[in-house]
Design a protein around this ligand. Structure first.
Ligand SMILES: Cc1ncc(COP(=O)(O)O)c(C=O)c1O
Length: 427
């Protein structure tokens, strides 16, 4: 068996199901011994991606979006790497995610923009987490939390400029703004920001991009006319940050690009923007066997071997985030050669057809299979998987299941022991 050596503490230590180490010394394709699968996250890549985004943003700062467990890359490690790359702000969806960052000692400016009635407002306000507000009910709950904690709450007005998801419409904004400014006069809240989100920035020439930007400017003018003194105005997600300088304002707010994936794959890959994918998903070959021509493979026999051949089994399935739609299409590289999943994706495993009755490939149990990585050496990427499954790369990385161990390399992360159970929860 190859490629399974345990790294020493100098280059990263294995602990439970996770390890950390230095990107240069611990290869991204090293699957620690005994693990069925592992998502390796190169924190140097995240840091460098943020540095590239910063450079492209000109005078605007970068708010790195680390919601949803850092798009599957680990909330706290991703946040640290993004800050090391020069992010001046962090963004998450839920206040509980922001509290995990604060509990980890991260004191950078931080906003959570998706709150629900009865949310952890007092805790968020006490921890200095900025909150996005779309409606007056949320403002009232935030003001109550400010009263209870004795701390002024910092809010960013979320403006619906055309996504028609969250945010105050042009008709509702004047009332929301007036209510916020009244609470500001009482010392309960401070209106520090305004923001919006694009519907169609992944098609840079789409007319909604211009229209939404214009509506955002109108909303900012209204805020200014009514006396709001905003610290930060932010609109651009990854696609806009990379393709449209007019959408930058004070901060750009990229998520996907932070992790090295292209938000406009139909136009350009990540390398065009100086980005590199941070995650590599590895699985261990657990079974290799000969089968005759005409053998139906996996549930429903959706694949039949066209000739005598050798099959190999990889212990990753839809419970681990391998999309079931990737049956008969998902690419997997073993020993430098690319194969496709044959038959259906099961809950815990997939099968590949090595296409050689004598197993001249030499693939054997214990070998490392690369599902996706940074695309070097011909290995598939998360974008390849997105295309194979008819989805987007966002979904491929953010849905990697909690059963898959994470291994963080790079950034000289301390090799702190992480209990196996905790390592699989929120980080
Ligand atoms: C409000 C908001 N801003 C920014 C982002 C980051 O978007 P992207 O990952 O496309 O850069 C998201 C992600 O969905 C979001 O919901």
């Amino acid at each position: 068996m190859k490629g399974q050596g345990r790294a020493g503490t100098g280059s990263g230590a294995v602990s439970g199901s996770t390890m950390t180490g230095t990107a240069g010394t611990v290869p991204r394709t090293m699957l620690p011994a005994g693990l069925p699968a592992c998502a390796v996250v190169d924190l140097d890549a995240i840091r460098d991606n943020v540095a590239a985004l910063r450079e492209r943003a000109g005078n605007a700062g970068v708010m790195a979006v680390v919601k949803a467990d850092g798009y599957g890359h680990g909330l706290v490690p991703s946040a640290r790497a993004a800050l090391a790359g020069g992010a001046s702000w962090l963004g998450v969806a839920q206040p509980a995610e922001a509290l995990v960052l604060r509990a980890a000692g991260i004191s950078a400016p931080l906003i959570a923009w998706l709150t629900v009635p009865g949310d952890v407002y007092p805790e968020a306000v006490a921890e200095g987490v900025d909150l996005g507000v779309s409606a007056i009910w949320a403002l009232e709950e935030i003001a109550a939390a400010a009263r209870d904690t004795g701390r002024t709450a910092r809010v960013h007005l979320k403006i619906d400029t055309g996504l028609h998801r969250n945010g105050a419409t042009a008709a509702d904004l004047p009332d929301l703004l007036d209510a916020a400014l009244k609470l500001q006069a009482e010392g309960l809240v401070e209106v520090v920001g305004a923001f919006s989100h694009f519907a169609w920035a992944d098609e840079p020439a789409h007319p909604t991009v211009r229209a939404q930007t214009a509506r955002f400017v109108e909303a900012l003018d209204l805020c200014a006319r009514r006396g709001a003194r905003l610290e930060v105005r932010h609109l651009a997600n990854s696609a806009a940050a990379l393709t449209d300088p007019e959408t930058r304002f004070d901060l750009v707010r990229p998520g996907l690009a932070v992790y090295g994936l292209s938000p406009v794959p139909q136009l350009a890959g990540p390398e065009r923007f100086g980005l590199r994918p941070a995650m590599t998903l590895l699985g261990r070959i657990v079974m290799v066997k000969s089968v005759p021509s005409g053998a139906g493979v996996s549930y429903g026999h959706a694949y039949t071997t066209p000739a005598d051949t050798t099959l190999a089994v990889v212990p990753l399935g839809y419970a681990d985030g391998v999309p079931r739609h990737a049956g008969n299409t998902g690419p997997i590289q073993v020993r430098g050669r690319r194969y496709r999943i044959c038959g259906r994706v099961c809950m815990d495993q997939v099968v590949i057809d090595l296409g050689d009755p004598g197993n001249g490939t030499g693939v054997e149990p214990g070998d490392t299979a690369v599902l996706f990585g940074d695309g070097r050496d011909g290995a598939p990427t998360a974008q390849d998987w997105a295309e194979a499954a008819g989805t987007i790369s966002y979904e491929i990385v953010s849905r990697i299941g909690t059963r898959v161990a994470r291994r963080w390399i790079g950034l000289d992360m301390p090799a702190a022991p992480v209990p196996r159970s905790r390592a699989r929860g929120i980080r």
